[in-house]
Design a protein around this ligand. Structure first.
Ligand code: SF4
Ligand code: FES
Length: 328
């Protein structure tokens, strides 16, 4: 704590110094107009900052580096290396069966489960199939089951997951399997597309015209923003007990996206989206286990979105009843 205060003070001083030097230069210039005052001051300034920059760059021990490592609680030099057994449930498509294989991998405190899987693939068994892309929790490709819980392999620290020196990794079973840890997402994407996940306009030319900006207030954005963080990893479907017993159920991801577009003030789909999911295999299939929201690595909270959709559906039902009785 004391050290971080020292660095905050150090940084404040480093920021203030050039401001003070410039103010002094300006004062001298205005008062005397003598340009030669600038030269020694500039030289001192350059020397101080040059020396600091040199120290930071070439020793790696500058104040900014230390500040960074203090902040994230990581010591750049600490290795904390240990060997972990990765017990991987691999799907063999030719035999249509899952077999468990064990691999011993060297890890340090920064190794993720995905790093360990890649290391196995590169150094021990090239036949291991694993899907990934960004390695930073953005693309949603590396969803697996780690110690029985759905998670992103690139976000799971291997050391933190390890129990008695072992980490169990398996494929998601809510999606068809292709090979080892790789799933087929065709059905998942079809369900996603079924809710028309895009802005609908009554005049379709609006979608492609750039002359008319659609302004939204912060309050409008807040209504759908948390649901727009979905990275389509499919982990919520893996966690959902209804998806796992009824493959017809559209699932939490598609429903949360239906809600996301329904609540966007730019959207004018005219109730088509809600009609498409207003059925037992749609939003009424949800039994509110809440496991989807717990599994979501992006905090999307599909469980709440589905309950809000149910309220929207009831609202549109009563509105249509009211319209019918007015016509009579
Ligand atoms: S809602 Fe969450 S868990 Fe489900 S697909 Fe989107 S990001 Fe993944
Ligand atoms: S590799 Fe992209 S989310 Fe894990």
């Amino acid at each position: 704590m004391r050290a971080s205060r020292y660095f905050v003070f150090f940084y404040a001083a480093m920021t203030l110094l050039p401001v003070l030097v410039l103010a002094l230069l300006l004062l001298l210039w205005l008062r005397n107009g003598y340009v030669y005052y600038i030269i020694p001051l500039l030289a001192v300034d350059l020397l101080v900052f040059g020396a600091l920059g040199f120290a930071e760059t070439f020793t790696g021990k500058g104040a900014s580096n230390r500040l960074l490592y203090e902040k994230v609680g990581k010591d750049k030099t600490a290795k904390n290396e240990k060997e972990i057994v990765l017990e991987i449930d691999r799907f063999y498509s030719s035999e249509k069966s899952i077999k468990t294989k064990q691999y011993v991998v060297g890890t340090d405190k920064f190794t993720t489960v995905l790093d360990a899987l890649i290391k196995i693939k590169q150094e021990q068994d090239g036949s291991l199939a694993v899907r990934y892309s960004c390695r930073m929790g953005i693309c949603g490709s590396c969803g697996v089951v780690i110690n029985g819980k759905p998670g992103l392999a690139c976000e799971a620290n291997a050391g933190a997951c390890e129990k008695d020196g072992k980490v169990k990794v398996g494929p998601m079973l809510a999606h068809p399997l292709v090979k080892d840890l790789v799933n087929d997402f065709d059905d998942f994407f079809e369900k996603h597309i079924a809710v028309n996940p895009g802005i609908e306009r009554q005049d379709s030319r609006d979608k492609f015209s750039s002359d008319k900006p659609y302004r939204q207030k912060q309050g409008d954005i807040d209504k759908f923003l948390p649901y727009s963080y979905c990275i389509m990893c499919g982990l919520c479907l893996e966690a959902c007990p209804v998806v796992n017993t009824n493959s017809e159920f559209i699932g939490p991801q598609a429903l949360s996206q239906a809600y996301r577009y329904l609540k966007d003030s730019k959207d004018q789909d005219g109730g088509g989206r809600i009609r498409a999911i207003d059925k037992l295999t749609g939003l009424w299939g949800c039994e509110y286990a809440g496991a989807c929201s717990e599994a979501c690595p992006k905090g999307v909270d599909p469980a709440t979105a589905i309950q809000l959709l149910k309220a929207e559906s009831a609202k549109s039902f009563f509105n249509s009843e009211k319209d019918d009785s007015n016509e009579d």
